[in-house]
Ligand binder design. Structure first.
Ligand code: ZN
Length: 138
C-alpha cells in the first residue's frame, strides 16, 4: 500500500472566502501515483472547512447569507468566545460546513459525482492556513 501526504497553504484577502481546490487536490493525486484507494482532505484549522458542493456563484452567495443568518459575524459582543478573539462566528460556520471530505480514487482519478467540486471554506482569513491531503491505496 502506498501513502501520500501533502499540506496546501492558503491566505485569503477577505475574512470569508470559498475557494475551489479541486485542481490542487487532483495534482496531489497525480503526484501520489495512486490508482485505487481513498483520499482524505481536511482543514487543519478550527475556523475553516473543506466541503464538497457545486461551483456556482449564486449558491456561494446563498451560503454566505445562510451562514451569516445562523452565526452573524457582528456584533462581536454576542458571543462568549469573543474576548481576546473576534472569531466565534467562524468557529460556528466551520462546524456546520464540516471539517473534511473523503473521496474515492478510481483509475487514478477523483471519483466525484457530476457536479461535485472540493472547496476550501475560509471563515477567518487574511492569514496563512493549511489543508491536509492524505491519500492511501495502490
Ligand atoms: Zn477563536
Amino acid at each position: 500500500m502506498k501513502s501520500y501526504r501533502k499540506e496546501l497553504w492558503f491566505e485569503t484577502s477577505c475574512r470569508r472566502e470559498l475557494i475551489n481546490i479541486t485542481p490542487q487536490v487532483a495534482v496531489c493525486l497525480r503526484e501520489s501515483g495512486i490508482k485505487d484507494g481513498m483520499l482524505l482532505c481536511n482543514a487543519m484549522h478550527i475556523t475553516a472547512s473543506v466541503f464538497i458542493n457545486d461551483d456556482e456563484s449564486g449558491l456561494h452567495q446563498d451560503f454566505e447569507i445562510w451562514l451569516e443568518g445562523l452565526a452573524p459575524e457582528k456584533p462581536y459582543s454576542r458571543y462568549h468566545h469573543n474576548g481576546y478573539e473576534d472569531n466565534a462566528d467562524a468557529h460556528l460556520k466551520r462546524t456546520i460546513m464540516g471539517r473534511e471530505v473523503v473521496v474515492a480514487v478510481t483509475d487514478g482519478k477523483l471519483d466525484l459525482g457530476p457536479w461535485e467540486q472540493i472547496f476550501y471554506g475560509e471563515f477567518d482569513g487574511k492569514r496563512k492556513k493549511r489543508v491536509l491531503v492524505k491519500i492511501i491505496g495502490g
